[in-house]
Ligand binder design. Sequence first.
Ligand SMILES: C[S@@+](CC[C@H](N)C(=O)[O-])C[C@H]1O[C@@H](n2cnc3c(N)ncnc32)[C@H](O)[C@@H]1O
Length: 273
Amino acid sequence: MLLSRSFVCATLSLHRSQPLVQNLQSKLLTPRMATVVDSLASPPAGGTSKADPPEPEVYSDRWELLWGAGLARGERWDAAAASPAIVDLLQSGKVDVKGARVLVPGCGRGYDLPLFLSSGATEVVGLELAPTAVGEARAYLQEVKAAEGAAAGDMRVEEGDFFQWTDPRGGDGSWDVGFDYTFGCAMHPSTRQQWAHHWARHVRSGGVLVTLVFPINAEADPNVGPPFPVSPELYSEMLVPQGFEVTYSEPVPGELSHPSRAGREVMMVWRKK
Ligand SMILES: C[S@@+](CC[C@H](N)C(=O)[O-])C[C@H]1O[C@@H](n2cnc3c(N)ncnc32)[C@H](O)[C@@H]1O
């Protein structure tokens, strides 16, 4: 089903009402699949790809279907490694995560989690909706811990829905840092305002949200995905009203992107007021 722009606009304003939104979110019908081969559908780093399973009626059901069908490392959106862009951001000290609690929703196999931990975070949590992804990510983290020893620190994966989950340790507004990569663009366009609202719910005042904005493609139909085309302007439209101010915004140099994503990424860092 292809959602028209007017439908999306109407839905965005409706979504200012929370309970209605969550109800709608769980019932959203699946949009038309991207017809252009894209790096969330094709292998980003040379892996294999396979046919899409039939789209479910409820959009969010697609994730477990895809994971449950078997998603190998390097397949579809799985790049088998953290993006060099986030490695560079942390290593350059532009964002300091020492002593921080870090939340990574839609973490997939969890490649970003060890990176944040090794950059000095004290607690890193990946949040995943798809139970199969949770199992895959936990297995991956076990491998990392086995390779790096018991000192791998407090790094774990929780099963939950970003739109509903509350941190059992700290409650809402307790995360020092959030990281969003290939999560915002995976959200149904009609839930974007909710995506921003829930980022504001999770991140503490004075905390930091890092968004690696992808895929940027002004020519593409914004309602066809996932991945749904995004832009720095769109992220500002969504996040500024929720109390975030941008502190850093730079296009990602090609050599710091997974190869198939080069030229289509912008790194943005936000501070929650
Ligand atoms: C496009 S994949 C990206 C995964 C990962 N960020 C990566 O780069 O490999 C999006 C992920 O978000 C998860 N997801 C989708 N909706 C979610 C939600 N509401 N809460 C938590 N995770 C969600 C999916 O299961 C999927 O693994």
